[in-house]
Design a protein around this ligand. Structure first.
Ligand SMILES: Cc1cc2nc3c(=O)[nH]c(=O)nc-3n(C[C@H](O)[C@H](O)[C@H](O)COP(=O)(O)OP(=O)(O)OC[C@H]3O[C@@H](n4cnc5c(N)ncnc54)[C@H](O)[C@@H]3O)c2cc1C
Length: 394
């Protein structure tokens, strides 16, 4: 079998893997980024919405921005609307084209010096002396042994890297959102807002979304809790009902199905010679299912910690602990609050959910958009409701 050697091998060229590869390559490491698919960014399994906070991690490029909504409307079961926006009416985020976005981030990694290889699938871990020492892979069907000081598991929600290393990445059905989405065209869309719809008839223990891709097209999807999915009550059944009521004349340009981990982060994200980033580390906000931001942010932290560990010749779990500490400090709290919000909201029946929406209904404006700022404003608007909701948990 052919053998190769790198400082770091990153498995998976989504936003998390490319961000890690870029940062590690910028620090002078010899990095290989592998992707099992033939094309980075394809297939798209994402509603493609990101908050404005993304600007801290990547320069906005009009080539991959489809729309820039100025607010978000959340509809309760009885139609009560909560309208979130920023004072001054500026955009709160973007709907991107992930086929182009993911390629752009991988291109940044390549420009920084990382080698990028598509049609290359990790099939197992190389291990010795209690350390992960690289991956076995097939590249365009040919087996290859890729040795590295550090392996990064950036292999998404279906991640196997962590499991192969003996880490607990198990997801029960109740911690997974099963999603179905259509890219619809020939419809009338309000490009100024992301829209989400709640209620047991629309999406049990989840929500439906309309994220505008343009004036006459949108990602329209439904995510439901895995334990609510059954025969003829699958996410795609709810989506068909939603679309037939909302966009009866819309034309479907693409159908996609996928899963989102809503468990909150895995217990440990580092091991000897190994580190998990993005969905593989379950770095998704359980309140809304968004993971692109944390994938980029976690990847940037991982790249820096890896560079230090390789330089210091300590790639042990202890040597990589800085990654665990930093992501917990920088976005661990957002994931934790999101987890609690999700636990609270999924316990509410339609009656309680309607009361929740009615108590918060109307316009909520923040000075600068962030998920944290919105949460604070919601609590300010109705402390009693949110406190009583949180009491449900404790
Ligand atoms: C329906 C749906 C809608 C969503 N909408 C949003 C949204 O609007 N906003 C948001 O922020 N997030 C959203 N998400 C979540 C978001 O897509 C993920 O959080 C994000 O893609 C995580 O990035 P990642 O790099 O960790 O993983 P991924 O983007 O999944 O990338 C993992 C990569 O690893 C590759 N890979 C896997 N196994 C191997 C292997 N063995 N060898 C080599 N390569 C491998 C895969 O092919 C893939 O390219 C949505 C998810 C779904 C399913």
């Amino acid at each position: 079998m052919r053998a190769e050697r790198y400082d770091v091998v990153v498995v998976g060229a989504g936003p998390a893997g490319s961000s890690t590869a870029k940062t590690a390559a910028e620090q002078g490491l010899d990095v290989l980024l592998i992707e099992r698919n033939a094309e980075i960014g394809v297939p798209v399994r994402c509603a493609e919405g990101v908050s404005k906070e993304i600007e801290q991690f990547v320069a906005i490029d009009p080539r991959w921005v489809c729309t820039a909504p100025r607010g978000m409307i959340l509809y309760g079961p009885d139609g009560t609307a909560i309208v979130l926006s920023v004072a001054g009416g500026e955009e709160i985020g973007y709907v991107v084209d992930r086929r182009l976005f993911d390629k752009a981030v991988a291109q940044q990694a390549a420009r920084a010096g990382a080698e990028v290889r598509v049609k290359t699938r990790a099939t197992g871990l190389i291990r010795a002396d209690g350390f992960v020492k690289g991956v076995y892979a097939t590249t365009t069907g040919e087996p290859v042994r890729i040795c590295a000081d550090i392996v990064v598991g950036a292999d998404g929600v279906e991640s196997q890297i962590g499991r192969w290393a003996g880490m607990d990445t198990y997801l029960p059905l109740s911690d997974i959102a099963i999603c179905a989405q259509y890219l619809l065209c020939d419809i009338t869309v309000n490009t100024a807002f992301y829209e989400t719809y709640f209620g047991a008839a629309i999406a049990p223990k989840g929500y439906a979304w309309i994220f505008p891709k343009g004036q006459d097209s949108a990602n329209v999807g439904v995510g439901i809790s895995g334990d609510m999915s059954g025969e003829s009550s699958r996410a795609r059944d709810y989506l068909d009902t939603f679309v037939s009521q909302r966009f009866p004349n819309g034309k479907i340009l693409a159908k996609s199905y996928g899963a989102v981990p809503l468990s909150g982060p895995v217990y440990e994200t580092v091991a000897n010679g190994l580190l998990l980033v993005g969905d593989a580390a379950r770095h998704v906000n359980p309140a809304n299912g968004g993971g692109i931001l944390q994938a980029l942010q976690g990847g940037a932290i991982a790249g820096e910690v890896i560079a230090n560990a390789v330089r210091d010749r300590d790639v042990s779990k202890r040597g990589l602990q800085g990654y665990e500490k930093r992501w917990r400090r920088e976005f661990g709290r957002v994931l934790l609050v999101g987890l609690r919000m999700n636990q609270v909201l999924t316990r509410l029946d339609d009656h309680a959910l309607t009361q929740f929406f009615q108590s918060l209904g109307g316009e909520i404006t923040v000075k600068r958009y962030s998920e944290r700022a919105c949460m604070k404003e919601l609590i300010r608007k109705n402390p009693r409701v949110l406190v009583s909701l949180l009491r449900l948990l404790f």
